[in-house]
Design a protein around this ligand. Structure first.
Ligand SMILES: CC(C)(COP(=O)(O)OP(=O)(O)OC[C@H]1O[C@@H](n2cnc3c(N)ncnc32)[C@H](O)[C@@H]1OP(=O)(O)O)[C@@H](O)C(=O)NCCC(=O)NCCS
Length: 160
């Protein structure tokens, strides 16, 4: 598995992983109207806008996961189904933490309460649940209020 900066040519693969993972992690746990803004083409538009802030994990030439960093936030963390449980997420989280550490002492991310798999994964990687809050999910046409938990991690020193 290799990590590299995302390129515009990766956008379709990123959107496919994002769409499947969004359903896996969010269906039933977020206001259903948000799903109207999470089609594969919506996600491709969002992925294209963030491509310079995205790192992809690649196995045998195929993109199998990605992390997107916006300021001090790990904005998206997604692993394709077959690559889950293989350690890809550890590499992506580390890459995201290193990127945030270039300019900030701590990082944060939002996760919906019902996404227990993701929450356990973050906790195993040293992230702490700092409590419930309302996350403004970007839809590309304004933001959407989503009840979520804020997870935080001190990343100072992670850039080395
Ligand atoms: C959240 C995510 C990035 C974590 O990556 P991961 O590779 O699944 O993480 P882990 O390897 O830590 O596995 C998480 C759990 O799933 C289990 N698991 C791993 N592979 C599995 C598989 N193929 N089938 C079922 N369970 C599996 C692990 O044993 C672990 O379970 P546990 O918490 O009970 O111990 C990934 O599951 C994903 O992309 N999910 C959909 C998108 C999403 O929710 N993103 C986060 C938004 S905040």
């Amino acid at each position: 598995m290799q990590l590299r900066p995302a390129r515009p040519a990766d956008v379709d693969a990123i959107a496919t992983i994002w769409r499947t993972g969004w359903i896996d992690g969010h269906a039933g746990h977020v206001p259903s109207a948000l799903a109207d803004h999470r089609s594969e083409s919506d996600l491709a538009r969002l992925a294209a806008a963030r491509v310079d802030d995205t790192t992809v994990a690649v196995v045998e030439g195929e993109v199998v996961g990605f992390v997107t960093v916006h300021d001090d936030e790990l904005e998206q963390v997604y692993v394709a189904g077959p690559a889950r449980g293989t350690g890809v997420v550890s590499a992506l989280l580390h890459a995201g933490e290193r990127a945030v550490a270039r300019h900030h002492r701590s990082a944060w991310l939002a996760v919906v309460a019902g996404n227990v798999r993701a929450r356990r994964c973050y906790e195993r990687h040293g992230w702490r649940d700092a409590g419930a809050f309302t996350y403004a999910a970007d839809t590309g046409a304004g933001s959407f209020a989503v009840p979520a938990h804020r997870y935080v991690k001190t990343v100072a020193g992670a850039s080395r």
